[in-house]
Design a protein around this ligand. Structure first.
Ligand code: SUG
Length: 448
């Protein structure tokens, strides 16, 4: 049976703003307080979805969340009508209002970890929503994420959903941003590669000194257990703590994998040789031929990787067996990175083409092409069982661009977040969106 990698891209929500909320994420910190353009952000994301669809890739869309999250503010003690809750938060605790307005759910690589049916004990596709425990503004995403994923992948015969791990730092889980799957074919058993930043319980693993390591080994192991993965189909590796301290807050900022290929920076991991040997042996037992492409620090420094988001790219398999890299515009703007990419595509290797996308609105918060998508490998039967409302088509693209044009502002600054009108605009837009995407009631304002 034919199998596919389907990319579900996060639709940028109407409150997209630069809140400076992510310590350890260089772009988020350095663009803090700038005014944003939510309309442009959403259209940039939709343009990428459309382009991939037109190139023949399977493409889906993942809905944004309800923001401002009034229910989250109520849990923190703000009371009264919805408008009063926002007004009081703006007056007494602006950082909490900013956090409750973040459109960060757009980076759906952090929404969940997904294991395809070929890897799992019960032969279903498993999803574990990520607790995103490291940052408050992201930790409030998972209940809605679970409802949205449940509405997209509702058929229990094919899809199994797990609640987020316990919401403590020891089980910090950032989803697919630290998870890659290698396989010969998307429908065959593969090797799931979990990258962690620290161990919560075992002091033998070093930890970064400056910035937080968001993903723990124990969280990754729990996800592997929940999904029913077998030991011979799993490899764990530790991210190099020194690159976390240079701004690599997720592994997908320093490495990307697809099919049989891992594209990574020389400094990405600890014990790299051992890790590569394990990946090679385990994928070999599953009929695959593991290949790795190491980008040397002499050609691309970690700092250039972080600035350009070279590795936060989408590595896509084309019908002729070659690969295509989807990179952000910032890669073209970095001389060393661009030179490296020219050499890579002309070297006769697997990666033959680079396509550049303008995702500046998202990039200024540290979210590149790979952050904006959640990969779900599905066979034909499973794909047919997905809610068809979320599969990208030319008419859906048209409807969504019109929806964005109608509802989104083209400028948002911190002061605007306190505007009670913004809440109404967002709810009106999202209510319409759930009808467009055929999701049913998934948002707190629709349920409570
Ligand atoms: O969690 N930025 C996100 C970026 C997530 C990128 N995802 C992956 N690498 N997969 C984060 O740090 C910034 C929000 C702000 O500052 O307004 C933010 O949440």
């Amino acid at each position: 049976m034919k199998s596919y990698e389907v990319n579900f891209d996060g639709l940028v929500g109407p409150t997209h703003n630069y809140g400076g909320l992510s310590y350890g994420n260089v772009a988020s910190q350095s663009n803090s307080q700038q005014s944003s353009n939510p309309k442009e952000a959403a259209l940039q994301g939709l343009a990428k979805m459309k382009a991939l669809m037109e190139m023949g890739f399977q493409q889906g869309v993942l809905a944004p969340q309800e923001r401002p999250d009034v229910a989250a503010l109520r849990r923190l003690g703000f009371a009264g009508s919805d408008a009063q809750v926002i007004e009081r938060a703006a007056k007494d605790a602006m950082p909490l209002l900013v956090a409750s307005c973040s459109a960060s759910s757009m980076w759906v690589a952090n929404a969940a970890t997904v294991s395809p049916s070929a890897d799992t004990a019960d032969g279903r596709v498993h999803f574990t929503a990520a607790n995103l425990n490291c940052k408050y503004h992201r930790s409030i995403e998972h209940p809605t994420t679970s409802r949205v994923l449940g509405a997209m992948f509702a058929d229990q015969q094919h899809f199994a959903h797990h609640a987020a791990l316990p919401a403590v730092a020891q089980f910090g889980d950032e989803g697919a941003a630290n998870h890659t799957r290698f396989c010969r074919d998307y429908g065959q058993a593969g090797v799931e590669f979990f990258v962690f930043g620290r161990s919560a319980f075992d002091t033998r693993y070093p930890a970064p000194q400056k910035y937080p390591a968001r993903q723990t080994l124990e969280a990754s192991q729990a996800v592997a257990r929940l999904h029913g993965l077998s030991d011979d189909g799993v490899v764990y590796a530790q991210q190099n703590p020194s690159v976390i301290d240079q701004g690599v807050f997720h592994n997908d900022v320093i490495a990307v994998g697809n099919g049989e290929v891992l594209f990574y920076h020389e400094d990405a991991f600890l014990e790299t040789d051992k890790m590569l040997a394990e990946l090679d042996a385990k994928l070999g037992k599953r009929g695959g031929n593991f290949q790795s492409i190491c980008v040397p620090r002499s050609q691309v420094a970690v700092e250039d990787a972080v600035r350009s988001y070279l590795f936060n790219s989408q590595l896509l398999s084309r019908a002729d067996g070659s690969m295509l890299l989807i990179v952000p515009e910032e890669c073209r703007g970095n001389e060393r990175v661009w030179q490296y990419l020219q050499g890579l595509t002309s070297s006769g290797g697997l990666i033959r083409e680079v396509k550049v996308f303008d995702l500046k609105q998202s990039m200024q918060n540290g979210g590149g092409p790979a952050c904006l998508r959640l990969r779900v490998a599905l066979n034909q039967t499973e794909l047919a069982a997905v809610n068809p409302g979320v599969i990208m088509t030319a008419p859906l693209y048209g409807t969504l661009t019109q929806w964005v044009d109608k509802h989104y502002r083209d400028r948002l600054s911190e002061n605007d977040l306190a505007d009670p009108q913004l809440l109404l605009e967002c709810r009106t837009a999202l209510d319409e969106l759930t009808q467009i995407l055929k999701l049913g009631a998934v948002y707190p304002f629709q349920i409570n």
